[in-house]
Design a protein around this ligand. Structure first.
Ligand SMILES: Nc1nc2c(c(=O)[nH]1)N[C@H]1C(S)=C(S)[C@@H](COP(=O)(O)OP(=O)(O)OC[C@H]3O[C@@H](n4cnc5c(N)ncnc54)[C@H](O)[C@@H]3O)O[C@H]1N2
Ligand code: MOO
Length: 424
């Protein structure tokens, strides 16, 4: 023992100050690393097309038939051969019968005759042009209209949309409602899709009460992250796996991760990610989980632990719900998209004028809870990472770059709407 007085470092009171000698990983470097090391799940299954919304194509979808399969009429009107028409008023005798969608005209239309035709009907033999019924007068078995009419007017060519054998949608495409229309129209009643990515969600912390319906003492808090992360995973069309909650106990966390490795492709944990006495997730991942990075030049969310557990990627998200959401949107979303076979997903954003004032230092990226009012981005009154109300208040995030910026009203800033992160 010496009698030298204990000397603390100079007070900075800034948990975002970058300690000397620590290797802070820029956001883009951490993203690039994830992109490099993660692999898509490759198992595929076959599903009826109508049940495949949200799933990722496991193989190219090729048109079985052209759309439309035959030339047809785009309007209700009268069809004829263009060659028989010219300038001025045309009067063409009408054939008996009609051509309707699903009820083709039997036989051929004689030259210089016309036939009643409805939208979607295959053009009968002898018809290459259609005139709108609004442009016609009809009586005594004759149709009259004013020429000239453009050749092939109001008709659709066979295969003008997609031709047989053409690539309709590539492997890796996540199917949305319009895609189901396209595939069905091309005769694809079933599709090969990748198995849904199984995303486990685990909350850690002695203070956490897993079920918001259960009583909580003042030192306990209800789990806000797990419902949020499970819902995000479902909204991104993955299969969410509720791994529940574990206390701050390394063995218990390890046992739960062992179990997760048997039923999940990837796990999102929250809490215990930084380096405090009770930050067991980061300690455990460092010890046994091949921790690859956990100090990211990011606010909020810098104590993000990226690791693998028995080969299964683990995203150790910070416990603060704001940081947990930001890390999930910025890191987990593109990474899970890649793992699901749909490729890396860049967030969609746009530039808008700021409606706030803020200065930031260089060296880290910042995300602020924001919403658009009259086309300008307002930010939430507090940057506190535990202020969950701000997450609900916001409709997106403002992204401030790694460099220093000084934002004043009307400075252009990048706004990333929640929708651009696939939030519903
Ligand atoms: N001395 C320092 N303290 C802290 C630092 C620092 O650099 N030096 N960093 C702060 C930052 S930034 C964050 S973020 C957190 C990191 O937190 P952990 O990931 O270690 O998470 P916890 O300490 O377990 O929890 C933080 C906070 O979040 C609450 N929490 C946790 N899980 C949930 C949940 N499922 N639902 C709702 N709220 C949750 C927890 O009760 C804590 O209040 O560390 C800072 N401290
Ligand atoms: O950045 Mo911590 O990651 O503020 O909540």
């Amino acid at each position: 023992m010496t009698d030298a007085p204990l000397t603390p470092p100079r007070l900075r009171d800034d948990c975002f100050a970058m300690p000397q000698g620590v290797n802070w990983v820029p956001v883009d470097a951490a993203l690039a690393r994830l992109r490099e090391v993660l692999h898509p799940v490759t198992d595929t299954e076959t599903l009826p097309t109508h049940a495949a919304g949200g799933r990722v194509l496991g193989a190219d979808a090729v048109a079985k038939r052209s759309n439309p399969p035959r030339p047809n009429s785009a309007v209700d009107g009268y069809g004829f051969a263009h060659a028989a028409t010219g300038d001025g008023v045309m009067r063409l005798p009408l054939e008996a019968g009609r051509a309707a969608a699903g009820q083709p005209f039997e036989g051929a239309v004689c030259n210089a005759h016309a036939v009643r035709i409805l939208t979607g009907a295959i053009l009968p033999e002898g018809v290459d042009t259609v005139v709108l019924e609004e442009d016609c007068a009809v009586g005594d078995g004759v149709v009259a209209f004013d020429g000239p009419v453009k050749p092939r007017a109001n008709t659709r060519k066979a295969g003008e949309d997609v031709s047989e054998g053409a690539l309709a949608l590539p492997a890796g495409h996540r199917l949305r409602a319009p895609d189901l229309a396209l595939l069905s129209a091309l005769g694809l009643g079933e599709v090969a899709v990748t198995r849904r990515l199984r995303v486990g969600v685990l909350s850690t912390g002695d203070e956490i009460i897993a079920d918001a319906g259960a009583p909580a003492k003042p030192h306990q808090i209800w789990d806000a992250n797990r419902p949020m992360l499970l819902s995000l995973a479902e909204g991104w069309d993955h299969a969410s796996v509720d791994l529940g909650h574990v206390r701050d106990d390394r063995d218990a966390i390890a046992a739960r991760l062992d179990e997760a490795a048997t039923r999940c492709d990837v796990v999102l944990t929250s809490g215990g990610a930084s380096a405090g006495d009770e930050d067991h997730v980061s300690a455990l991942l460092k010890e046994r989980g091949n921790l690859s990075s956990w100090r990211i030049a990011l606010k909020p969310g810098r104590p993000l632990a990226l690791a693998t557990w028995q080969g299964m990627p683990v995203f150790g998200l910070p416990g603060n719900p704001v940081a947990a959401l930001v890390c999930a949107l910025i890191f987990a979303r593109p990474a899970l998209s890649l793992m699901s076979g749909a490729g890396w997903a860049e967030p969609q954003g746009f530039t808008v004028p700021a409606a706030f004032t803020k200065s930031k230092k260089p060296g880290r990226r910042e995300y602020l809870r924001a919403r658009l009012v009259d086309g300008r981005a307002e930010v939430f009154a507090s940057e506190g990472s535990g202020r969950i109300s701000g997450l609900s208040w916001a409709t997106g995030l403002v992204e401030l770059p790694d460099e220093a910026v000084h934002v004043t009203p009307d400075t252009p800033v990048r706004f990333l709407p929640y929708e651009g992160f696939g939030l519903r």
